[in-house]
Design a protein around this ligand. Structure first.
Ligand code: G1P
Ligand code: ZN
Length: 541
């Protein structure tokens, strides 16, 4: 097979979500090829293996898919399963890898980052369980990318990605599949579609914002065609290469229109959005935003409403910066609660080992053992199933939840694209002071404990250290501080603020008021202004 000589790109270090760079970086000659070859060299698939390929439809998606197909042919794969038009949401790709017993998959996405010629692009490799490659594989891929000197690629024309069915490049069979069908069938197995259909037929109104990203076709098919939501319930449902010029990030800043629709007098009963590649979710009830941490807790508390979870949960897992709301649910249900580092891959081992059923992150990622990625539409459907069974508006369901479990007020403050030196200095200063913080009184709060989170994976004993600083106050409130692993410009500082109120405490504060003392404490302890030069956070979610 033809081999092309190349030189390494030593910047190809995959982060928690694969390799993410500006499109311009990916368009350099040999750039994507080097990364894909490094993946193939490391994973060393047996001849004839199956590879799943698909992406979120962003600019450059089809180009890289054609390259990946020609390289799969030259590297001995037997079959590539690819979504029509190169489309596969991340959870649908995870499901397809599992269902087709593929050796692995390439997912082309930069998640919620903007797209288009000046936007971001990304490549992620998922392994046979459907989840992101573990760190030992991504480390090996990086090592390989630093010394690669050739890649293999078949000489062939473009595959027709628009036609379902099989085509060939040399000995490789390329199978173009409907990106939605298998995923929709899985959702029908997990959820009570009849109950949701009846609720919608009874006048329940929903609004789903696909943000011009990958979930459009999935939401049209599942919510409108199968569940009977009227046409127009799905908005921005056509995937665009540049997401219409927006950040496909389902938070209160970038999904502002949805938020405003849900706060209006004639708001629908339920609002939701998903991100670029379909793994995140935003949930808003009429007149009420549900924080992702609260959503995880409420979904876990009510999961048995859905047929797929009727047998109960084996455990709940949350990332460390996610609020402790789910911990109270786990305690009441009598199931284990696992606190993991940020990034979905840490949940995969727990799910594989049967130690957890539902997982979630504060960054709007929720999912379960049905796939090995977080899953935006899955969360939407579980919410709908619960509402259909409990027959309560979202706001009442949450009020009842807080009366039962207590309330955790929560916000994340992001300082984006700050200078790396300032960000590193802030973290270094903080680490140096950790031992002296306990006992200090800051903005009326007393520090009870301060440490840097490290995680030992209970399934394989692997250790991940330096996963973010936790500052705990008397009464259970917390500040968590870490630097983002997914930004593509400078550094992003994330400060997570959390205040716990017991069942008999203050359950109806406005979040901003509830968190004001923690905001003040964060500035005093971290000196954010001095280190970043920023007066306030760029994004509060
Ligand atoms: C962010 C989120 C994290 C998520 C990751 C991938 O990572 O905070 O929860 O798993 O994106 O979607 P971060 O930029 O914080 O490293
Ligand atoms: Zn995503």
């Amino acid at each position: 097979m033809p081999e092309i000589a190349t030189t390494p790109f030593p910047d190809q270090k995959p982060g928690t979500s694969g390799l993410r760079k500006k499109v311009g970086v990916f368009r350099q000659p040999h750039y994507a090829e080097n990364f894909v070859q490094s993946v193939f060299d490391v994973v060393d698939a047996p001849a004839g293996a199956t590879l799943v390929v698909g992406g979120d439809g962003r600019f450059h998606n089809r180009t890289v898919i054609q390259v990946a197909i020609r390289m799969a042919a030259a590297n001995g794969f037997g079959r590539v399963v690819v979504g029509r038009d190169g489309i596969l949401s991340t959870p649908a790709a995870s499901h397809l890898i599992r269902k087709r017993r593929a050796f692995g998959g390439l997912i082309l996405s930069a998640s919620h980052n903007p797209g288009g010629p000046d936007g971001d692009f990304g490549i992620k490799y998922n392994v046979a369980n459907g989840g992101p490659a573990p760190e030992k594989i991504t480390d090996a891929i990086f090592a390989c990318a630093c010394e690669i000197d050739r890649y293999r690629i078949a000489e062939a024309g473009d595959v027709d990605l628009g036609s379902l069915g099989e085509q060939r490049v040399g000995d490789l069979v390329i199978e173009v599949v409907d990106p939605v069908a298998d995923y929709a069938a899985l959702m029908e197995q997990l959820f009570d579609f009849d109950a949701i259909r009846a609720m919608i037929a009874g006048g329940f109104r929903l609004s789903f914002d696909a943000m011009h990203a990958v979930t459009g076709p999935y939401a049209h098919e599942i919510l409108e065609n199968r569940l009977g939501a009227p046409a127009g319930s799905v908005v921005n449902g056509t995937p665009l290469e540049d997401f219409g010029g927006h950040h496909p990030d389902p938070n209160l800043v970038h999904a502002r229109e949805l938020y405003e629709r849900m706060m209006a007098a004639d708001a629908p009963d339920f609002g939701a959005a998903s991100d670029g590649d379909g793994d995140r979710n935003l949930i808003i009830g009429r007149g009420m935003f549900v924080t992702p941490s609260d959503s995880l807790a409420a979904l876990a508390a009510n999961a048995t409403c859905a047929p797929g979870y009727a047998a109960g949960l084996k455990g709940i897992a949350r990332s460390m910066p996610t609020s402790q709301a789910a911990d109270r649910v786990a305690a009441t249900l009598g199931v284990p609660l696992h606190e993991t580092p940020t990034g979905w891959k840490f949940f995969g081992n727990l799910l594989d080992a049967g130690m957890a059923t539902i997982c979630g992150e504060e960054s709007a990622g929720t999912g379960s053992d049905h796939v090995r990625e977080k899953d935006g539409l899955w969360a939407v459907l579980l919410w709908l199933n619960i509402l259909a069974v409990r027959k309560l508006p979202v706001a009442e369901l949450m009020a009842e939840h807080w009366r039962t479990y207590g309330r955790t007020y929560y916000a994340r403050h992001d300082y984006e694209a700050i200078a790396t030196e300032g960000a590193d200095a802030l973290m270094a200063d903080l680490r140096a002071r950790l031992a002296t913080l306990p006992g200090e009184m800051v903005a009326g709060l007393t520090v009870e404990a301060a440490d840097e989170f490290a995680y030992t994976d209970p399934t394989d004993g692997s250790v991940s250290s330096r996963q973010g600083v936790r500052i705990r106050f008397k009464g259970g409130s917390r500040i968590v501080v870490r630097l983002s692993g997914t930004g593509t410009e400078g550094a992003t500082l994330r400060v997570y603020l959390e205040r716990s109120e017991p069942t008999e405490g203050q359950l109806d504060f406005a979040t901003e008021d509830a968190l004001a003392p923690l905001v003040a404490a964060a500035e005093t302890i971290l000196a954010i202004r001095a280190h970043t030069g920023r007066e306030a956070a760029d994004v509060v979610t």
